[in-house]
Design a protein around this ligand. Structure first.
Ligand code: 5GP
Ligand code: ZN
Length: 109
């Protein structure tokens, strides 16, 4: 979808700090992190809501979420996926937030 900011990130038209990329999935750092390492995991297939994404793509996304959690060494973290304005979705391209919850001594968060 040409006007979608995440589709532009996928195409490389907007720069991002990429963490993982495959044929179907992209993970990158959130531009306004709620904590250090806050990342977004998205399907390359454009879909606005969770129900728009095929099951096999959701399975791969959750697998990438797990890999990022493991690779980052995060012990405490939240996975967040917003659908719709009332649920605080701002970007209408399905995305999973991976939000590490650092220890109090680690600052941000
Ligand atoms: P939502 O509220 O839709 O679940 O979250 C959208 C997320 O996308 C926000 O955390 C926001 O900081 C992030 N975001 C919006 N625009 C950009 C961008 O251009 N680059 C990156 N890396 N993240 C973005
Ligand atoms: Zn999109």
């Amino acid at each position: 979808m040409s006007s979608c900011i995440f589709c532009k990130i996928i195409k490389g038209e907007i720069p991002s700090m990429k963490l993982f990329e495959s044929e179907k999935t992209l993970a990158f750092l959130d531009i306004m992190p709620l904590s250090k390492g806050h990342s977004l995991i998205i399907p390359k297939h454009h879909g606005g809501r969770l129900t728009d994404i095929p099951d096999d793509q959701l399975v791969e996304i959750l697998s990438v979420v797990k890999r990022i959690a493991t690779a980052s060494g995060a012990e405490n973290y939240n996975i967040l996926q917003n659908n719709g304005r009332l649920a605080h979705q701002v970007v209408d391209h399905v995305h999973f937030h991976m939000i590490p919850k650092p220890n109090e001594t680690e600052g941000l968060g």
